[in-house]
Design a protein around this ligand. Structure first.
Ligand SMILES: [Zn+2]
Length: 285
């Protein structure tokens, strides 16, 4: 599943390719991927894309009217296998007569843009979807207010107040999007390894210096992962169709039974809250 670094790469790609373009036409193939109104205007037909926002693993495509006033918003959750991809007019032209992505059954919606390019949402397993709102404020009020703060910007004090309230183990608490938004199985395991904290610790047990270390390491880890284009395990690609490279730098995720890169002992694998968790019992005591 795309986590914060992958979703941020999609956002950065879209900022460069679709922001400033007007949506001339929308072709919706599957109504059931849209939650809320699915009228052409709700899907931003006739609107100019003014900005792409992100909170945790979710994106917001923000539409504006001719004067640039924000007038609509689509929240996109990529789920397990979702992708948002821009295709330029020249690529579309080169494809004509060749393999025709218009026939791809997993493309559920296609926005036609004023430059002649298209933006598509593709999601084979359909755990993702679109949520339409009248404005970004409505999205914040009705959907994003249930999420914790973004993992890239949360402060130690806020994270401390959230973790202090739960007796769950740290791994489970950090995966909870209501505690903090953006981390999934990959980055929680990597974060706890670089922070030298055991995933089995009770969340409310962490003291202030440990939380400060956790937040410092989290920003550094996520920044490095964003720089490397995120992690591609199976199907993640960014807005230009490129895979990430950060999977080559994973120290623990998916490496249970292999040797710790720091101390050479065998990495342990346990299942916590149904999620496979890999850590070093020696380095993360
Ligand atoms: Zn170790």
């Amino acid at each position: 599943m795309p986590e914060l670094p992958e979703v941020e790469n999609v956002r950065l790609g879209l900022m460069g390719s679709v922001v400033g373009r007007t949506i001339t036409r929308v072709s919706l193939k599957r109504r059931d991927i849209v939650h809320g109104q699915a009228r052409p205007a709700s899907l931003l037909t006739g609107r100019t894309l003014t900005r792409i926002d992100r909170l945790g693993k979710q994106l917001a495509l923000i539409g504006g009217d001719e004067g640039g006033t924000p007038v609509g918003c689509i929240c996109v959750h990529l789920g397990m296998t979702g992708s948002l991809r821009y295709t330029s007019p020249s690529t579309l032209k080169a494809r004509e007569g060749g393999n025709n992505p218009a026939k791809d059954p997993h493309i559920h919606i296609r926005w036609h843009l004023s430059d002649g390019g298209t933006l598509i949402f593709r999601d084979p397993r359909r755990f993702g979807g679109l949520w339409t709102f009248d404005s970004i404020d409505e999205l914040h009020k009705r959907r994003w207010s249930y999420l914790g703060e973004d993992a890239l910007t949360i402060t130690p004090a806020v994270l401390h107040s959230k973790l202090d309230r739960t007796r769950r183990c740290l791994k489970t608490a950090l995966l909870d999007q209501h505690v903090l938004a953006g981390l999934g199985n990959i980055y929680v395991d990597e974060l706890l390894f670089t922070s030298r904290i055991s995933p089995l610790r009770q969340a409310c047990e962490l003291d202030r210096p440990e939380i400060q270390r956790l937040v410092r390491q989290m920003r550094a880890l996520l920044s490095r992962a964003i720089q490397s284009g995120g992690s591609t395990l199976r199907d993640y690609v960014d807005a230009d169709g490129q895979s990430g490279r950060f999977q080559n730098q994973h120290a623990v995720y998916g490496r249970g039974g292999q040797l710790c890169t720091r101390c050479d002992r065998v990495l342990s694998r346990v299942v916590l809250a149904g999620r496979s968790t890999v850590y070093c019992e020696n380095c993360q005591a």
